[in-house]
Design a protein around this ligand. Structure first.
Ligand SMILES: C[S@@+](CC[C@H](N)C(=O)[O-])C[C@H]1O[C@@H](n2cnc3c(N)ncnc32)[C@H](O)[C@@H]1O
Ligand SMILES: [Zn+2]
Length: 273
């Protein structure tokens, strides 16, 4: 077992570096803070009271089912290819990793990856899959705004449909390190929205692009998905529309037996100077 995360992972209380002692992570600080690893291998390094955000069982189950069925696989492959190009051989962070679908995809391609998310359920699932497949991925419950990482300790960060914490990303990236961020493009899931709403609107461009980093690349990835009822419902449950749709919209979607639906992801790659 290679402890590639040594001298990178730090104590969320005092900032001392963490090492593994049996089933726990212990810090090098004078107080020797100790964090027990769960059976699945992940550890809780969240700031006090922060854990539990986005920890919705139904949402996690829906996203797991949809992603593991491979419907977003072209996106996972594109993200991995871009990271291989811009950050070859590097240690990566999946910031807001959810259930670790992309984290484990990156790790199965040979990258060493931290998966951080405030959702314990998500992190637990990612860790379980990584442990079974013996992937070089280390999961922790942690906030992207307070990463349990040393300054300038990682080569790349991916932020996929997740909050971007530019100042914190700049702190943990090495000079020349890269940030790949991706989210919904203008027409992402438009066909799903056409079933739900009478006048669906395109998604707005995001306003949280980094201001202190250099943009290396931008693209829009488009592909089409053929979805059967179970996948349609999982996809719906993992979108924000699930909570904003009328009962009539829910009924119309439940009566949909097949949906040809476009996926459109805006992907950006930035570099720390
Ligand atoms: C839309 S999901 C995307 C998850 C995953 N990247 C994916 O694409 O499947 C957004 C994720 O961000 C996480 N999240 C939100 N705020 C966070 C924060 N401050 N720190 C860490 N994770 C956060 C949520 O728990 C959730 O898992
Ligand atoms: Zn400590």
């Amino acid at each position: 077992m290679e402890y590639w995360w040594i001298n990178r992972l730090v104590c969320p209380v005092c900032g001392g570096s963490l090492t593994k002692e049996g089933g726990s992570f212990a810090c090098s600080g004078p107080r020797r803070h100790c964090f027990d690893a769960a059976a699945e291998g992940y550890v809780n390094l969240a700031p006090p009271k922060a854990a539990g955000g986005g920890d919705d069982a139904g949402l996690v189950a829906a996203r797991t089912a949809f992603l593991e069925a491979g419907h977003y696989r072209p996106f996972a492959e594109r993200v991995a290819a871009l990271m291989r190009t811009h950050c070859p051989g590097g240690v990566l962070v999946d910031a807001g990793c959810g259930e670790g679908y992309y984290t484990n995809h990156l790790a199965s391609g040979g990258a060493r990856v931290f998966g951080f998310d405030l959702s314990k359920r998500g992190v637990r699932h990612g860790a379980k899959v990584a442990k079974r497949a013996e992937l070089p991925a280390l999961y922790a419950v942690a906030s992207v705004f307070q990463l349990p990482l040393a300054d300038a300790s990682v080569d790349g960060i991916v932020s996929l449909f997740a909050p971007v914490a530019e100042a914190e990303f700049l702190r943990v990236l090495k000079p020349g390190g890269v940030l790949l961020m991706a989210g919904a493009g203008a027409e992402h899931l438009l066909s799903l929205k056409r079933v739900l709403y009478d006048t669906p609107r395109p998604n707005e461009a995001r306003e949280d692009l980094p201001r202190m980093m250099r943009q290396l690349h931008a693209e829009t990835l488009r592909f089409t998905m053929e979805l059967e009822p179970a996948a349609i419902q999982s996809l719906f449950a993992m979108t924000p529309y699930f909570y904003r749709t009328t009962a009539e919209g829910h009924r119309r979607l439940a009566a949909t037996s097949h949906l040809t639906c476009e996926a459109e992801m805006d992907i950006f790659v930035f570099q720390k100077a």
